[in-house]
Write a protein that binds this ligand. Structure first.
Ligand code: DGJ
Length: 565
């Protein structure tokens, strides 16, 4: 009897707990637990389950989020040593009939990502995909009267939805909200899904802006007050406020505002970090047969390309990150893009790059500028397709493609690296033609990086034929460093300060090893040839080195005095 009463009480308490839990917006998870972005100085971190998370990512092909293609994708992802997969969610599949939703592919992605111990970034292929509307459902495509298209200056209907249509916006918001509701329900407690890409390379291909009647009316009116105040400009018509850039600025505002509203509605269901990937405006020398990059021709007009960042930041505050896709082997341009998108209001994130040899170096550049993630595109395409699209990817068979080589090295210590990066303790050096030797400055010591082997005394280092040298140095203490890299040697010298004149440094100990489960595990102590001319990192290495140095006087003053004439 007594036992029964206790059980009844227990059951009632349990039921109450379940009721309370189910009525919470995020079952079993406080708002702090939801993946979010944090900022420290000029560095950002994506925080997942309470810890900074560095995304070693890869994006699967556009048509790979299907039961038939996913098995192949997991194999490719495993070979890449990624910790995160970026995978598309197709509006046309999710809402095949207006207001009827099918999340089987989303469930499959989430369940299979979990089974492979990977995090997941969902890419919402909604109103925009590469500046066009190819993923909107049939019921929208076939009804341009209700769901209007963007219209060119000559009246042509484009395969781009009008960003100035309330019906289009409502339809996208409705579907995206349903998606985020579903993600919260299946994953609010697990955090397999850590970020959402809202649309894909938005903007319009085919016209600089929408010339529909609705658009024309807005274009001839004053610019919105929020934009004027954010940009510190006087209210005026678009033409007066932006002059020659009025058409694209108008496109940028309408596109950003639309996508910002979609993101805001989705966040009301489940506030995961949200970003927009960018089809950047490539400079003239990177364009084929064109004399200038014209909006709507060489890149989608109105997307978050370099010149539109301020408008986007003002018009789409619910978008946390503007994240450039990078498809060029011009590394100077890559550095420029990193600098452009690394802003006080924007973390660095590279959601797409080629899957080729030169991009191994770009990971190190991105890491050095504090990136929260880096992700080559199309990793599950057949090898022949990759090689045709990008001959660079057909690398030496004895050598892994560089993104995989990078991720294999970084995967075990990724938590530590994310932490060092957020704390601003990490720097990288990347080989460039004519810069075979580089210096990274830390408070008390300089790290000198020399690229390529063999390195002979007194000569400049040889570099590598394909500019593969790259190194990372993180400061663990005043004179303690974690070092890793490829095709590089790293040595240390005292920073050239006045007090250093009577000081020198020497190695106390250099441990080769790796962080395993948060603890440093030394595999051997390096010395002799392995430290005398710097720490050597050949290609294919999967070990890091923790090096402790110390200072000692350069001269014994007594002996020196005796010897002085
Ligand atoms: C950039 C897009 O964002 C991807 O979805 C894909 O289409 C690639 N381009 C193809 O290179």
């Amino acid at each position: 009897m007594v036992v029964l009463e206790v059980n009844v009480l227990k059951n009632a308490a349990c039921a109450l707990l379940i009721l309370i839990t189910l009525s919470l917006p995020y079952p079993f998870a406080s708002a702090q637990d939801i993946p979010h972005l944090e900022k420290k100085g000029d560095r950002f971190a994506l925080v997942v389950d309470g810890k900074p998370f560095l995304m070693l990512g890869a994006q699967i092909g556009n048509s790979s989020s299907w039961p038939v293609s996913l098995p192949n994708a997991w194999v490719a992802l495993e070979a890449m040593h990624v910790n995160t997969v970026e995978a598309p969610v197709y509006w046309e599949q999710v809402e095949p009939v207006h207001n009827t939703f099918d999340f089987t592919n989303v469930d499959l992605l989430v369940n299979q990502a979990r089974a492979h111990h990977l995090r997941l970034v969902l890419l919402w292929f909604g109103t925009w995909k590469n500046g066009q509307n190819h993923y909107v459902p049939e019921w929208m495509k076939s009804d341009p009267k209700i769901y209007p298209r963007e219209i060119t200056a000559y009246g042509k209907l484009l395969d781009v939805m009008s960003p100035n249509s309330a019906a289009n916006l409502e339809a996208d918001k409705h579907a995206f909200t349903a998606l985020m509701h579903h993600v919260r329900e299946i994953d609010g407690a697990r955090h397999t899904v850590i970020m959402i890409q809202v649309e894909n390379e938005s903007g319009s291909v085919g016209s600089i802006r929408d010339y529909s009647a609705t658009a024309q009316q807005s274009f001839n009116s004053e610019i919105p007050a929020d934009l004027a105040s954010a940009l510190h400009i006087r209210p005026a018509t678009w033409a007066k406020a932006f002059g020659a850039d009025a058409d694209e600025s108008f496109a940028a505002y309408s596109t950003a505002h639309y996508i910002g509203e979609v993101a805001k509605a989705g966040k009301a269901e489940y506030p995961l970090p949200m970003y927009c990937n960018v089809w950047i405006a490539y400079p003239v020398h990177a364009l084929e047969n064109r004399d200038r990059p014209s909006p709507g021709q060489e890149y989608p007009s109105g997307g978050p390309q370099q010149a539109n960042i301020s408008i986007w930041k003002a018009a789409a505050p619910s978008i946390d990150v503007l994240a450039p896709d990078f498809y060029s082997d011009d590394s100077a341009l890559f550095r420029e893009i990193l600098a452009t998108y690394h802003r006080a209001d924007n973390p660095v994130f590279i959601p797409e790059t080629h899957f080729g040899a030169s991009f191994g170096r770009y990971f190190f550049y991105a890491l050095g500028s504090g990136a929260i993630g880096f992700s080559p595109f199309g990793v599950d395409r057949p090898v022949t397709a990759v090689a045709t699209a990008n001959p660079e990817a057909a690398v030496d068979e004895n050598r892994q493609p560089n993104p995989a080589e990078n991720f294999a090295l970084f995967a075990p210590m990724v938590d530590e690296i994310a932490q060092f990066n957020l704390q601003g303790k990490l720097q990288t050096a990347v080989e460039e033609k004519g810069s075979e030797r580089q210096t990274l400055h830390f408070d008390e010591a300089d790290a000198i990086i020399s690229f390529g082997f063999p390195q002979s005394d007194g000569n400049v280092p040889p570099g590598t034929p394909q500019l593969q040298g790259r190194a990372m140095v993180a400061q663990l203490g005043p004179l303690e460093f974690l070092v890793a890299g490829f095709d590089a040697s790293v040595s240390f010298s005292l920073s050239p300060t006045p007090s250093a004149r009577n000081e020198q440094i020497e190695i106390l100990r250099a441990d080769e090893g790796m962080y395993i489960g948060g603890n440093w595990q030394m595999s051997r102590i390096l010395n002799g040839d392995e430290t005398d001319r710097g720490l050597n990192f050949h290609h294919g290495t999967q070990q890091a080195v923790r090096i402790r140095l110390h200072k000692l006087p350069l001269y014994d003053q007594e002996v020196r005095k005796l010897r002085q004439p």
